[in-house]
Design a protein around this ligand. Structure first.
Ligand code: FES
Ligand code: FE
Length: 442
């Protein structure tokens, strides 16, 4: 299959299809690494993980070992995690605080600003050997937005603010909503798991409200039972998602779905909470409205945001907590999830424990939702073994104002994916994606 024809986008007829080789082929997998992951902004870490000089996080980003560290001078830098001597990993722990990083192989030492500070037996080197040239190699681009640090391997990529574009509206709502509570901070620990499915399937799944009443029936039933037991109304998740929600799609493949949930945490779960926790959530909501006005305050407090920052960061702020879920391709048929929960720094401990309980209960790797999603994704991947059926359909809602349960946000992802992979900017002027796509790399 030619990558130019791998996405079929026909807004006039309301047809959108993706060829299944996009989800199975080794060639596509290789192209994605070079043309998408090497030319996008990729999330690295949150500022709360790098509060003090020397704080660092080690992660694999776009297939490269990297680490990010706040230097003694207060500046945050991201480096390729490879010794400039002969290559060993210089940072050998996932997180910590360090004044310097000593390579364990021959003992070259780099300070937390990346400079080569010392090496054993330096008198063995000629005069032309200049240690200033042998500092750690910085990642080509590093920028932050609202406390989120992103890197890019593409030195020419537009700045992060431009890249995020209109999606910033929703990011700001979430970030502002915790301002009065000390801002967001990442909770210690990361959920990491792999799924035997193509990475794009979980991106689709995380933007897909269509599957909730079917795949997550167990969760809906469980919640209904618990809520009924305390005399509260049923969740009616299905009608909420289809009736008071919508999908959004922005240039460069960002998008998501939003749904209305008065008080967010209040509406769905608080009947199960203690009285003091309910009072506190109501107080927070009122404070947001007072601080930001009715419109913005209630948009913060009453609307869940399930967003994708293209290509692989899911920004999920809903009644089950706030988390970043980052998706990495492992092979055409395997993906890896790295998931970080965030909480307002000064939130009451009781609220924090409810928040984390519901996050784990729904989207933790052993929660009531994730295993069902995993089953669905792995099932799709197995289905692609039947190669005679070549196309997936993603046409839902192309002819109307998109609801969350439509697939507009998933089409937005695929259009940008296709564009970057080398295809034409298919459907850039028509269909349900209002602005034309803007390339991040020609
Ligand atoms: Fe690092 Fe030799 S490889 S000191
Ligand atoms: Fe799901």
């Amino acid at each position: 299959m030619d990558v130019h024809n791998i996405v079929m986008d026909d807004p006039e007829r309301g047809i959108f299809r993706v060829h299944r080789s996009a989800l199975t082929s080794d060639e596509v997998f290789e192209l994605e690494q070079r043309r998408i992951f090497d030319h996008s902004w990729l999330y690295f870490a949150h500022e709360s993980e790098l509060r003090n000089p020397g704080d660092y996080r080690r992660r694999t980003i776009a297939g490269r070992p990297m680490f990010i560290v706040r230097g003694k001078d207060g500046e945050v830098r991201a480096f390729l995690n490879t010794c400039t001597h002969r290559g060993a990993l210089v940072c050998r722990h996932d997180e910590g605080t360090a004044e310097s990083f000593q390579c364990f192989y021959h003992g070259w030492t780099f300070n937390n600003r990346g400079e080569l500070a010392g090496l054993p037996g330096s008198d063995a080197y000629a005069e032309a050997f200049d240690r200033r040239e042998l500092g750690l190699k910085p990642v080509p681009r590093l920028e932050s937005y609202r406390g989120m640090y992103f890197v890019s391997m593409d030195p020419g990529i537009p700045d992060l603010v431009t890249y995020l574009g209109g999606l910033r509206h929703y990011i700001d709502l979430t970030m502002d909503s915790a301002e009065a509570l000390g801002g967001w901070e990442v909770v210690a620990g990361t959920a990491k798991f792999t799924i035997k499915a193509n990475w794009k399937l979980i991106v689709e799944n995380s933007l897909d409200a269509y599957h909730l009443p079917t795949v997550h029936q167990t969760y809906v039933d469980y919640m209904d039972t618990r809520l009924e037991a305390v005399g509260a109304s049923r969740m009616q998740m299905q009608s909420r998602l289809s009736g008071q929600s919508n999908g959004v799609s922005y240039p460069r493949g960002h998008g998501g779905f939003l749904h209305f949930a008065p008080g967010r945490t209040i509406a769905n779960l608080s009947p199960l909470w203690s009285e003091s926790a309910q009072t506190e959530v109501t107080r927070i909501r009122e404070e947001l409205i007072q601080r930001y006005g009715v419109e913005r305050g209630s948009e913060m407090a009453d609307r869940s945001r399930h967003l994708l920052i293209f290509p692989n960061l899911l920004f999920q702020d809903s009644h089950t907590g706030f988390r970043f879920r980052q998706i990495w391709p492992v092979s055409p048929s395997e993906l890896r999830v790295e998931q970080y929960d965030l909480v307002p720094r000064d939130e009451q401990p009781e609220l924090r424990s409810y928040r984390l309980e519901w996050s784990r209960a729904f989207l933790g790797p052993g929660g009531l939702a994730t295993p069902d999603d995993v089953e669905a994704l792995e099932s799709c991947q197995k289905g692609y073994g039947a190669r005679e059926l070549e196309w997936n359909d993603l046409s839902r809602g192309m002819h109307r104002q998109p609801l969350a349960s439509d697939e507009v946000q998933i089409r937005g992802f695929w259009r940008q994916w296709h564009y970057l992979l080398g295809g034409r900017p298919a459907g850039s002027e028509a269909g349900d994606r209002p602005p034309a796509p803007v390339p991040v790399h020609a």
